[in-house]
Design a protein around this ligand. Structure first.
Ligand code: CP
Length: 307
C-alpha cells in the first residue's frame, strides 16, 4: 500500500511497489487523457532549495496533467528561508496547506530531517550528494520500457560517481533485480563511495578509469556530469570536469543495442554529435520522468483511478 508513504530513497519501496508504479506509468503513457482529472482538488508543494529544470518542472507538469494544483518556490530566497526559518518549521507549515510535498535540498540528509515534521506524504527530489529516488524511478522506467526487463544487464556508470546522487540511487535500485553487473568508470578522485559498493550482491562490480576499454561490454551506459557545485577545490573541478567525453567515435565500439542514459543536465560529457544516434535516449528519459512522477503522485495520494 503506497498511500500516504514518504519516498526518501529507492529502498523505501519494495520491488513489487516499484513495479506497481512503473506499470501505472506505462498505462498513463498509453492513454494520458484517461488520467487528466484524477487529482482534481489535490494540491502539491514543490519546495526547491536548489536549482532544477527536469525534476521540478516534470513534477509540476505531472500534477497539472492529473488535474491537480501546485504551490511552492524554486528560489529559497523568495521564501521565509531567507529570514532564517528552519527546515522543520517550513515543512510543518506547508504540511498544513497541501496534500503532498516534493523537496530538493543541497544538504545530504535534509529529506530525512524533513520527514520528522511532515504530516502529508513527502518525496525527496534530491538531497545533496545523497539520493535522488525519483530520478531512479525515471531510469527504471526508461530501462524497462526500452530494454523490456530490469534484469541481466551490464551497466556502466561513468563520470562523477562520488558526488552524483543519481548513480548512488540507481545502483541500489538495480542491485535488487537479478543478474545485473556494474562497471564503475571514474577518475580516482571521483570513485563510487564504499557504502554503495558494500551493498552490491555477490560483489558483481568492477572499477576502471578507462571508458574506452569498458564500452564494448556494456548493455547500458549511464553518463554523469562532474558536479562542480559540490567541489570545495575549484581547480580540482577544472582538472576533472572533462575526463570523459562520449562522442561518435567512441560509440563505434559500443554494442548496437547499448543504450546511453544521462540524468541531465549535460555539460561536456556527451558530445551533441551522438544526440541523433538511436542509442542515445537521454531526452526520452526526461519524458519518462514526467510519466513516472504522475504514477508516483497517484499512488502516494491514493487517488481513485477508475477510468
Ligand atoms: N536530472 C535532474 O535531476 O535534473 P534537474 O537537476 O534539472 O532537476
Amino acid at each position: 500500500m503506497l498511500k500516504s508513504r514518504n519516498l526518501i530513497q529507492p529502498e523505501d519501496f519494495s520491488i513489487e511497489e516499484i513495479d506497481e508504479i512503473l506499470n501505472l506509468a506505462e498505462d498513463i503513457m498509453k492513454d494520458p487523457s484517461a488520467y487528466s482529472r484524477v487529482c482534481e482538488g489535490k494540491l502539491m508543494a514543490t519546495l526547491f532549495y536548489e536549482p532544477s529544470t527536469r525534476t521540478r518542472l516534470s513534477f509540476e507538469a505531472a500534477m497539472k496533467r492529473l488535474g491537480g494544483e501546485i504551490i511552492g518556490f524554486s528560489e529559497p530566497n523568495s521564501s521565509s528561508v531567507s529570514k532564517g526559518e528552519s527546515l522543520g518549521d517550513t515543512i510543518r507549515v506547508v504540511s498544513g496547506y497541501v496534500d503532498l510535498i516534493v523537496m530538493r535540498h543541497p544538504i545530504a540528509g535534509a529529506a530525512n530531517e524533513a520527514i520528522q515534521y511532515t504530516t502529508v506524504p513527502f518525496i525527496n527530489a534530491g538531497d545533496g550528494g545523497n539520493q535522488h529516488p525519483t530520478q531512479t524511478l525515471t531510469d527504471l522506467l526508461t530501462i524497462k520500457s526500452l530494454k523490456g526487463t530490469l534484469h541481466n544487464h551490464t551497466i556502466g556508470l561513468c563520470g562523477d560517481l562520488k558526488y552524483g546522487r543519481t548513480v548512488h540511487s540507481l545502483v541500489k535500485a538495480m542491485n535488487r533485480y537479478e543478474d545485473n553487473k556494474f562497471v564503475f568508470i571514474a577518475p580516482e578522485e571521483l570513485k563510487m563511495p564504499e557504502y554503495v559498493k558494500e551493498g552490491i550482491k555477490n560483489y558483481s562490480y568492477c572499477e576502471t578509469t578507462h571508458l574506452d576499454e569498458a564500452l564494448s561490454n556494456l548493455d547500458l551506459l549511464y553518463m554523469t556530469r562532474v558536479q562542480g557545485e559540490r567541489f570545495s577545490n575549484k581547480d580540482e573541478y577544472e582538472r576533472l570536469k572533462d575526463t570523459y567525453i562520449l562522442d561518435k567515435e567512441k560509440m563505434k565500439n559500443a554494442k548496437e543495442d547499448m543504450l546511453v542514459l544521462h540524468p541531465l543536465p549535460r555539460v561536456n560529457e556527451i558530445s551533441t554529435d551522438i544526440d541523433n544516434d538511436d542509442r542515445a535516449v537521454y531526452f526520452k528519459q526526461a519524458v519518462y520522468g514526467m510519466y513516472v512522477r504522475m504514477a508516483l503522485i497517484i499512488k502516494l495520494l491514493g487517488v481513485d483511478i477508475k477510468k
